[in-house]
Design a protein around this ligand. Sequence first.
Ligand code: TMP
Length: 212
Amino acid sequence: MSKAQAPARFIVFDGGEGAGKSTQVQRLADALRARGEDVVTTREPGGSPGAEAIRGLLVSGDTARWSPETEALLINAARADHLDRTIRPALAKGQWVICERFADSTMAYQGYGMGLDRAWLEVLRKRLVGDTEPGLTLIFDLSVEVGLGRAIASQRYEKMGPAFHDKLRAAFKEMAVSKDGRKRVVIDAGKDVDEVARQVLHAVTSAYGLKP
Ligand code: TMP
């Protein structure tokens, strides 16, 4: 009998704006380090010098700065570099990788939000990500009103308006229950910070068979 393969030690925090993902990435990293684990935290777009340079092109300027197609290609270029220079080397060393946003964001923002062909985005994802899919994605769910209220509207995407962000919330919820074989858990990001950290730790210990 073949043993089921353990999920990759690659955890993604995804979802809309202002949901507290950055804080919770740090909380989880601290909790894992306290258990003696070696953890790398990173983010998208970004996470390697080249990808951070591309991030600068994406998050600044006018909302109409890029066509959705150009934008998706920039994001995927950043992702390819991030995977090669940061994520795969860390996983190869046995480190945990905790990443704020990943390919589900591209499907939500550029696919559902901006209307790009979702099948094309999926082809790009499969081509670039290959076997390096996350073992677990936590979808931070929060009302758009609260999320945009918390966000500072200083970057391009936060200026895209509530109707756009409503589409994203629905998209992430749809992906959370999709049968695409990728493991996702929805986190109620409307709770206080300690309760959200508890939900995150519970999802992680359950998915990886760690002590609660
Ligand atoms: P953030 O780090 O503050 O979340 O900013 C990154 C922004 O980039 C965020 O508003 C969402 C956007 N984004 C996309 O539109 N598509 C993507 O694939 C990724 C990773 C991020």
